[in-house]
Design a protein around this ligand. Structure first.
Ligand SMILES: C[S@@+](CC[C@H](N)C(=O)[O-])C[C@H]1O[C@@H](n2cnc3c(N)ncnc32)[C@H](O)[C@@H]1O
Length: 460
């Protein structure tokens, strides 16, 4: 290996270790701001965070490393396991990276000493391959999640839990949503093939591109023909596509937690509707505004935007929003436990109490938004979580306390599936669709709602 290439590896390890430690402690770093090689190391290292903790506890039980040092080891162990470079290069470059990372740092041990520690950790791993293999079998390493998280999934899914956790620990592909009102799946796949790009359909309008490409190089992206969106997140399309037909007019839809706009865009590209996109975060709503001209090239409906806290009922009064909506999408804030294959750090950043906090917020949002729904209208509750408390239990509790709500068909529970070639690949999601009965005394079934086609779709 050329010296310059290996020096670049050590510099990339330094950058990636900083990003991982920052993200694991709650910080944000936009993936787009990283070079492809650093991004790759960040992803590999983040997915080995559980392994690094297991192994560090075994090899350095008295004083296990944390923060940037643990991140650096996670990257090194992932690179060794996955044979990113010859093992001796990975060891040498990791040691060199340690010196760069800790050089001149006040209050820390001398960089040379920390580098010696890293060298010893990596060499001990190589010296005992049986113990190294055993590390991978530990649940925290295999599923790359803390023990409470694994216990939670095990309580919810029993024997199915290892499959759920394995799917969430796998690397997610790049999935696109095709604006199928403009181009058929067959034509788009042919278009990809003409560009020498492999595409796999994993849903009615979901295509995986393998290997992933920068978005500007994806055919049709800049023209708004395709957008990046996991297949499990795309179901708003079939749920609302015929709403206007059923109402006999253009439906007015509230997208209550809309940013950065994935579901709002899916709706306006599939049906003529008026979407009111609100979000508490102006910064996130700016992303929706930024992408609207691109997606809008093929829009049938239109979007209005408004920064608003759903929970702040007083703010609703002066917001200028319609008094009632034909449909409401609540893509609620959640633990995001269903998308850890895209963002592995999520599992490590959450605390058990976060789950109770978001469940409470979701409950309040459901009750506030229900009052904004026109009689006969429907509310779609969505979370990208595999935890039953943010799914089945939330649905059940809402139905029990809301006499004028009835359950309509929807995809329901979508379990995470990783495997593009089998025709199915998706994050873990939950959907519940509630219809508002027009006159409560008519009882269930009296509403003018059409339950629509069976939506128990998706692959499960
Ligand atoms: C799951 S994300 C929404 C994703 C979006 N629907 C999409 O498909 O691209 C949840 C959103 O809820 C927003 N949010 C959180 N608390 C809120 C609140 N109290 N009022 C309004 N929006 C809120 C967050 O800013 C975040 O953008």
């Amino acid at each position: 290996m050329h010296k310059r290439a290996s020096q670049r590896l050590s510099s990339d390890i330094v950058s990636a270790a900083r990003v991982i430690a920052h993200r694991m402690s709650g910080g944000q770093t936009a993936a787009a701001s990283l070079s492809p090689s650093v991004r790759d190391l960040v992803y590999r290292g983040s997915r080995a965070w559980g392994l690094a903790q297991v192994r560090a506890a075994r090899l350095a039980a008295k004083n296990p490393p944390d923060g940037e040092l643990l991140a650096l080891l996670a990257i090194a162990w992932a690179a060794m396991d996955q044979e990113l470079r010859p093992v001796h290069v990975v060891v040498d470059e990791s040691v060199a990276a340690t010196k760069k990372l800790f050089a001149g740092r006040r209050g820390a041990k001398p960089a040379e000493k920390i580098a010696g520690f890293v060298n010893a950790m990596l060499r001990k791993t190589l010296a005992d391959p049986i113990a190294a293999t055993e590390d991978h079998r530990q649940p925290m390493a295999r599923f790359n999640a803390p023990a409470w998280w694994i216990d939670r999934v095990t309580q919810d899914y029993g024997q199915q839990a290892p499959a759920v956790l394995d799917a969430l620990a796998a690397r997610a592909p790049l999935t696109l949503r095709l604006c199928d009102a403009v181009m058929s799946m067959k034509d788009y796949l042919a278009n990809l093939s003409e560009h020498g790009i492999r595409g796999y359909p994993v849903g009615p309008r979901a295509v995986v591109i393998d290997p992933p490409l920068p978005v500007e190089r994806i055919p049709g992206f800049l023209q708004g023909l395709v957008s990046v969106q996991d297949s499990a997140a795309q179901h708003v399309v079939e749920i609302f596509r015929d709403l206007g037909l059923r109402l006999g007019r253009r439906p007015v839809i509230l997208d209550a937690c809309a940013a950065p706009g994935g579901k709002a865009f899916a709706m306006i590209q599939s049906t003529d509707c008026e979407v009111w996109a609100i979000d508490v975060s102006a910064a996130r709503l700016n992303r929706l505004q930024r992408d609207l001209p691109r997606v809008g090239q093929h829009a049938l409906g239109r979007v209005e935007m408004c920064v608003l806290d759903v929970l702040d009922e007083a703010a609703w009064q002066d917001s200028g929003l319609p008094a009632a909506f034909d449909a409401i999408v609540l893509d609620a804030p959640c633990t995001a436990s269903g998308i850890t294959r895209r963002q592995p750090e999520i599992a490590w950043r959450r605390q058990p109490s976060d789950l109770f906090d978001v469940v409470d917020i979701q409950r309040k949002m459901l009750d506030i938004l229900w009052r904004r729904l026109a009689p006969g209208g429907e509310l779609l509750f969505v979370t990208c979580s595999v935890f039953a408390q943010e799914g089945e239990a939330q649905q059940q509790a809402f139905l029990e306390r809301t006499p004028n709500a009835r359950l309509l068909s929807s995809p329901g529970r979508l379990l995470p599936v990783s495997g593009i070639t089998g025709g199915c690949d998706q994050d873990g999601f939950f959907y519940a669709r509630f219809g508002k009965i027009e006159h409560a005394n008519h009882g269930a079934g009296a509403g003018a709602l059409d339950t629509g086609p069976g939506h128990r779709g998706g692959c499960r």
